[in-house]
Design a protein. Structure first.
Length: 471
């Protein structure tokens, strides 16, 4: 790890530069390093096409604040939109206050979620909501969950899953930590799971210690008579932005044994943006795009997987006799660092299975534990076609340079980055410092949080009109 000792200086300088503190010469090459690559064509990120798609204007323009280009709101309310650009959540409805940490009953988060009609859910309590091995479900559409409004230490869901099975949903600043929860083999909770959901934004959430995937977007593979129907009937138009996705449990209670997965983007899921997330110490699926899935992976930091970082795979056993659908992946401005648990030949993107993929790679950094270049692309070369422009790119989104990714992760990832709990603080520090480890049980890293319950009234005036309906 010593050859990465310069990370912190580079990160600090880039962080200062966001506020005008460092010049170009001060930052040196610490962020992008010599392993940064432009593979979009002979002119790299400025080859042909539209701005933000590898064309004039490039995919690596400057970020426009916390939310990035195309983002919504400012400060603690900001989020990236992507293809989910028309999602308003509950902003055209009423404000409902959560006043208890009980998982159900009067004043609970469940009660607010089950209320019909547009609604913004705010919190007048802070602490831990114990789901007791049950799933908390979002079934009613047009909802915003504003975890940033809770008094310190914010809201943490433990011993269960948050499931989204509807549309027009925004979830911000929650922590979800399922864990083993005292269960035996067969207990396989996700963290936050979308199933047949669309027009959903999951932003600034911390999702750790799932037994299956930490954060997933899925649905039926082949619901309908043609490809368009398949896409409409599974999850689509989804944004995962600025989330901390880490430490999925490895040898815990999954029926398959060794597991630990970051994010599954299921077959035929389309128009999905993964932007500015931290993936740390998940064995694989950081993320995995299955057959026919289409989306963009932009400005993420992937640290210490074991098998794979980003993966694309269409297995014939799951598709035959249906015709294969070509996947689309645009992978731009990401940083991938091997760690203590990483296989030595792990690439940023590996391609397997049997179906074709169109992929665009630009301004990505991949390094082994010595800081030497790691592969950007590996697998069955007969399956992929490298394109000169992005085959799928979200509207109004501009990638930031990969040189700024580590500073952005340090400053602005996970739930309530201004008020990080000890778990998130440790995970971010270890990921940036190259000292992350895979774990089998939450008790290896201190166990479930023991936050004391807090309370404070919600004062709308403190939130700069974030949750007011449109005029």
């Amino acid at each position: 790890m010593e050859k990465r000792a310069g990370w912190w200086g580079a990160v600090a300088c880039v962080a200062l530069s966001l506020f005008g503190g460092c010049g170009e010469d001060d930052a040196g090459t610490g962020g992008a390093r010599a392993t940064s690559s432009s593979r979009g064509g002979s002119d790299g990120a400025t080859t042909g096409g539209d701005p933000g798609r590898g064309g004039a204007g490039g995919t690596t323009g400057a970020s426009s604040g916390t939310a990035g280009a195309g983002g919504e709101g400012t400060g603690r309310c900001a989020y990236q939109r992507g293809w989910a650009r028309d999602v308003r959540g509950g902003l055209d409805g009423k404000v409902i206050s959560v006043t208890t940490l009980d998982p159900t009953g009067p004043g609970s988060l469940t009660e607010a979620l089950e209320t019909e009609g547009p609604r913004v859910i705010v919190f007048e309590v802070g602490g831990v909501i114990d789901l007791g091995t049950e799933a908390m479900r979002i079934r009613e559409p047009y909802v915003t969950i504003a975890g940033q409004t809770a008094p310190s230490p914010g809201i943490t869901l433990i011993r269960g899953t948050l499931r989204v099975g509807t549309h027009d949903v925004v979830v911000q600043h929650l922590r979800v930590r399922p864990g083993v929860a005292g269960q035996s083999t067969g207990w396989e909770p996700d963290g936050i799971a979308l199933f047949q959901a669309h027009d959903v934004i999951i932003d600034h959430c911390s999702v750790t210690w799932a037994v299956d995937e930490n954060l997933t977007a899925s649905g039926p593979r082949f619901d309908g008579d043609d490809v368009q129907a398949w896409r409409e009937n599974t999850s689509h138009r989804v944004t995962f932005s600025r989330n901390l996705v880490a430490e999925a449990l490895r040898n815990a209670t999954h029926s398959k044994g060794d597991h630990s997965m970051g994010s599954l983007i299921h077959d035929n899921v389309t128009e999905i943006l993964l932007w500015g997330n931290l993936y740390a110490s998940n064995v694989a699926r950081n993320p995995l795009f299955k057959g026919g899935a289409r989306g963009a992976v932009v400005n993420n930091f992937i640290a210490n997987p074991r098998l794979r970082a980003v993966r694309y795979a269409l297995p014939s056993s799951e598709w035959d006799p249906r015709p294969y659908v070509t996947g689309h992946l645009s992978i731009v401005g990401n940083v991938f660092h091997h760690g203590r648990d990483t296989n030595g030949n792990a690439a940023l993107l590996s391609v397997g299975g049997d179906g074709p993929l169109d992929v665009f790679l630009d301004d990505n950094v991949a390094e082994d534990t010595d800081g030497a270049p790691a592969p950007l692309l590996a697998g069955n070369a007969n399956l992929w076609t490298e394109t000169t422009t992005a085959p799928s790119w979200p509207p109004e989104v501009t990638a930031s340079p990969s040189s700024g990714v580590l500073a952005a992760i340090q400053a602005d990832v996970g739930a309530r980055p201004w008020d990080r709990d000890a778990i998130d603080t440790r995970i971010v520090q270890e990921a940036l410092g190259g000292t992350s480890n895979h774990i089998d049980h939450e008790d290896e890293v201190g166990g479930y949080p023991q936050h004391m319950a807090t309370s404070a009234p919600f004062v709308a005036a403190d939130w700069d009109g974030c949750f007011e309906p449109a005029p």
